[in-house]
Design a protein around this ligand. Structure first.
Ligand code: FES
Length: 150
């Protein structure tokens, strides 16, 4: 694993912070998520703090910090979705599948992340499962939806 990250970072000039997103994308492509070890290596290579890396990466919904499950749930907690009850959906998700954002269920069926906007605010509240968007979600609709996934 460490060798892979070194191979990735070595493609980019040391200390050039403008390469952060590209390195994160490469690192995630390698194992499916950004590992703590990858963050450490990137931190050393670009001379940037780990918290800065997490701060930048967590702004983009494309980056994951937990091993992916078979199905990836993204819950939107942007302003429009928050106002329309996104937090209720998140609490229901926590109860239903037993994980919080940035976690993966023990059976690896689901992973969960929160995002700042999925780009369809008029349809709030919105969740995304894998590549599909589900709009105007309610707790009841969401529970039925989760039953469709294996
Ligand atoms: S705030 Fe949720 S889709 Fe934009």
């Amino acid at each position: 694993m460490a060798v892979s990250i070194i191979a990735i970072t070595s493609k980019y000039a040391p200390g050039d912070k403008s390469n952060l997103i590209a390195i994160l994308q490469d690192a995630q492509k390698k194992v499916g998520y950004i590992t703590p070890e990858a963050v450490d290596k990137i931190s050393g290579h670009l001379n940037i703090s780990r918290s800065q890396i997490y701060g930048v990466a967590s702004f983009y919904s494309q980056f994951k910090f937990n091993p992916p499950g078979r199905n990836s749930i993204k819950i939107c907690l942007g302003t429009a979705c928050h106002v329309q009850g996104g937090d209720f959906l998140l609490n229901a998700l926590n109860s239903e599948i037993g994980i919080s954002p940035n976690e993966t269920t023990e059976d690896e069926k689901f992973d969960l992340d929160r995002v700042a906007c999925l780009g369809c605010c008029a349809l709030a509240p919105v969740i995304m499962v894998n590549d599909a968007i589900f709009s105007n979600m309610s707790v009841v609709k969401m529970k039925d939806l989760l039953d469709l996934y294996e």
